[in-house]
Design a protein around this ligand. Structure first.
Ligand SMILES: [Zn+2]
Length: 341
């Protein structure tokens, strides 16, 4: 072969390499929200935060938190949220395409269903419809057990979550959840429940029922025992109550976790310590990636990179977290996973 054609061949190979799609990722925890859902956009978010600051007794904490959300002063690396609903949707879907991500996507804030339908219509391949839900939504949006049953039974919605009752002071084991869990168990719909961290100091930002003790995965235990066929994942992997999380995973082999917000917002040293402990303890087959992206689309790519760059994970463990565990948990068929490559 002549040198010229050899160079041409090499260039061709390089360009196909550059165009090659990244390996697929399943994001078990993606939000479809309006641009102002977390407060008036644009807002800054630590990616990760450097520290969680402090409250000043003489200033309402909500004021402090809003100031920090505008200045980004608790972090050295911040993301800035887009200002319009359209740009947030467009940038999020673009991020999914860029990293070859399939997102289990839920709405919230009185737009739990419609916005997911809109995003799904805009990019049917990338969006797996889920229903965000809290006790408040029973009244406000008539998301009763009967209306939810219809939405799941139709096949349009695949996952029941994020269930954000922790903000309202409830846990999955509370009696109010019983008919909902029985319905999900009967229809074999996976349930994703917020266990672990919300915004720092969220009790003082309006979530009066939120309690630190409910970061514990032990709050799931009675619900798991009552509904042994229910597929459940604990969102945010119950950070920071690691011992409780591991005990619950050990006692209930059907339980999975997603990484959620800790995948990009937690100081990286702590995040790696937490994931490494879960993997070291033997739970690597039940950890799933979740970006918990709200209004900062780049958080998805950052979360994926944090797993890809984790020095303590093998290639196999990384693929388990980014794809294989979720594909198994969601009962995806061989054909479905093949179509995602
Ligand atoms: Zn979330």
């Amino acid at each position: 072969m002549k040198t010229n054609s050899l160079i041409l061949l090499l260039l061709l190979q390089l360009s196909t390499l550059a165009q090659k799609k990244p390996l697929p990722v399943i994001d078990m925890h993606l939000h479809a929200l309006q641009a102002n859902a977390q407060g008036p956009a644009p807002l800054k978010m630590g990616a990760p935060f450097t520290h969680w600051g402090h409250a000043d007794a003489h200033t309402p904490y909500a004021e402090t938190f809003m100031r920090v959300s505008k200045t980004g002063e608790w972090s050295s690396v911040t993301l800035t949220s887009p200002s319009t609903d359209d740009s947030l949707q467009m940038l999020t879907l673009k991020e999914l395409d860029k990293y070859n991500v399939y997102g289990v996507t839920s709405g919230a804030n009185e737009d739990n269903i419609g916005i997911v339908r809109t995003w799904k219509a805009a990019n049917p391949k990338r969006i797996i419809n889920a229903i965000g839900w809290g006790v408040y939504d029973i009244q406000s949006q008539k998301l009763t057990v009967d209306s939810l049953r219809k939405l799941f039974k139709s096949g349009e919605f695949k996952v029941f979550g994020e269930i954000y009752i922790q903000y309202e002071g409830y846990t999955l084991s509370d009696s109010i959840m019983e008919p909902y869990l029985a319905m999900a168990e009967e229809l074999d719909i996976p349930v994703g429940v917020h266990v672990g961290t919300g915004p720092p100091g969220v009790i003082y930002l309006g979530a009066k029922g939120y309690r630190a003790k409910n970061h514990s995965a032990l709050t799931l235990e009675e619900a798991l025992i009552r509904h042994p066929k229910l597929r459940v994942y604990a969102m945010h992997a119950g950070w920071p109550m690691l011992d409780d999380m591991m005990a619950t995973l050990y006692a209930h082999p059907q339980l999975y976790v997603d990484l959620g917000i800790i995948s990009y917002a937690l100081p990286l040293k702590e995040y790696y310590y937490y994931v490494q402990r879960l993997v070291n303890a033997g739970f690597g087959k039940r950890i799933m990636f979740g970006s918990d992206n709200m209004v900062w689309p780049q958080s998805i790519g950052i979360g994926i990179k944090h797993i890809e760059n984790a020095p303590f994970l093998t290639q196999e463990q990384k693929r388990d977290i980014l794809f294989n565990n979720a594909a198994r948990f969601l009962n995806l068929s061989k054909e479905e996973t093949k179509a995602m490559q």
